[in-house]
Design a protein around this ligand. Structure first.
Ligand code: SF4
Length: 415
């Protein structure tokens, strides 16, 4: 019988450098917001950040802020504020929590970073619909609130092959976007600066990939739950030298763990893949639940979302278009299943957890038969847990615990 034990969380030393990176990032934004210089662009998490950075904008990512609302467990109480404006409790709880926080005049940034009183004021908001339509609605609401322009890249969804025709249509939109941004900033886009930023972004992405792939070692030096708290520089810092340095140090620490045979959890017995969003308000509880059962949730689709291997400084617009379209979330089920199967092999996975996040169908891949198809092809069993990224009313901790324990028991019986 699988028994749950008390576990001790092993902290990575590099976590302090990641925290410092995030603090510097938010202080820089806060100072720019107060002084009005440099200009600030809000961007979706897999939006065209490289163009914005190359044009001298500081870039703020509302999704990261909303994840923080989730992780600090502020989100659930704020969601009804946005519901009252007509934003349904069933739509993205990043959107509803973030707008709710704005309406209430609260932010976790003020609690974490002394001297920061609010989110940075945008000069322009830029979204890419590659991930969902919710980001467009979210940014449009703020555009009206702040009376600033909202610009978008419209990406096709459910994409099978990323064809040249698709890539050219998105690259063209990105070029037009750069033109609009030039008018707002009063500065023109320097191609060499863009190439430099793309090179840094690619380097950051490759390092993040290497960090995540250390989890292929047995035992894995990394957990998915660690990765969600370490990925900030890949999201908000891609295109900067500082993000590159932070990930070099993190990768080297993980390599040391591998050399010393040190796993992220003690006695790793089961290797688990997480498909879907994290439950931000339960990161610790979930990490302890799995580790207590000697199960290491060590790889995920979610954390891989900030790997942009197609970025190529020599072909800036086409490569950005390709990188931001070949992402998992943009793709057809067939392409997604192939991707997950490759991950199962790479990470030597024993079982898959699907998180059915009630308010994010875009990141919940268990609703159209994928778990069953993948199990048939790979022989690897799965468990679907019901929950949400931010709205804690949509999950049952008891149910999750019982189901996870039974699932690990099932894996044990298969041995
Ligand atoms: S992908 Fe999901 S969580 Fe992310 S912004 Fe869209 S609806 Fe929200």
């Amino acid at each position: 019988m699988t028994s749950e034990k008390k576990m001790i969380r092993k902290k990575l030393k590099s976590a302090a450098a990641v925290s410092k990176f995030m603090a510097d990032y938010y202080y820089e934004l806060s100072a720019a917001s107060e002084s009005g210089n440099p200009k600030i662009a809000w961007c979706t998490s897999v939006g065209p950040a490289e163009i914005l950075r190359a044009m001298g904008y500081l870039v703020y990512f509302p999704e990261t802020h909303s994840a923080l609302l989730g992780a600090t467990r502020m989100a659930t109480d704020l969601i009804p504020e946005a519901n009252a404006l007509g934003y349904s409790p069933d739509i993205c709880s990043y959107l509803t929590a973030d707008i709710g926080a704005f309406l209430k005049g609260v932010t976790p940034l003020a609690k974490i970073y002394e001297g920061i009183s609010g989110i940075p004021r945008p000069d322009v908001l830029v979204f890419n619909t590659n991930q969902c339509r919710d980001v467009q609605d979210w940014f449009s609401w703020y555009g009206e609130k702040f009376n600033v322009p909202v610009l978008g890249v419209y990406t096709h969804r459910n994409v099978g092959d990323v064809t040249n025709a698709l890539v050219s249509s998105i690259a063209k939109q990105m070029q037009e976007l750069a033109g609009s941004l030039e008018k707002i900033s009063g500065k023109s886009l320097d191609l060499n600066t863009l190439k430099h930023v793309i090179a840094l972004s690619r380097e950051c992405s490759e390092l993040w990939k290497k960090v995540l792939q250390t989890a292929a070692s047995q035992p894995s030096p990394l957990t998915f739950f660690d990765a969600t708290t370490l990925m900030g520089p890949a999201v908000v810092g891609r295109g900067t030298q500082k993000a590159v340095e932070v990930f070099k140090a993190l990768h080297s620490e993980l390599e040391d763990r591998i050399k010393n045979g040190e796993g992220a959890i003690d006695d790793e017995r089961f290797r688990i893949y997480w498909e879907g969003m994290p439950v931000w308000g339960r990161l610790r509880a979930h990490s302890e639940l799995f580790a207590g059962l000697n199960a290491n949730v060590l790889a995920s689709t979610y954390c891989n979302s900030w790997i942009f291997s197609r970025l190529n400084p020599e072909d800036p617009f086409n490569s950005m278009a390709e990188a931001y379209t070949e992402l998992f979330i943009v793709r057809s089920d067939e392409a997604k299943e192939k991707y997950v199967r490759d991950m199962l092999d790479l990470f030597k996975i024993d079982g898959i957890i699907y998180h059915d996040a009630k308010t994010c169908p875009n990141n919940s891949n268990c609703r159209y038969g994928m778990p069953q198809r993948l199990e048939k092809k790979s022989g690897i069993p799965s468990l679907t847990i019901q929950g949400d990224l931010n709205d804690l009313r949509l999950l049952s901790d008891e149910q999750t615990k019982t189901n996870v324990e039974a699932f690990i028991e099932q894996l044990e019986e298969r041995r």
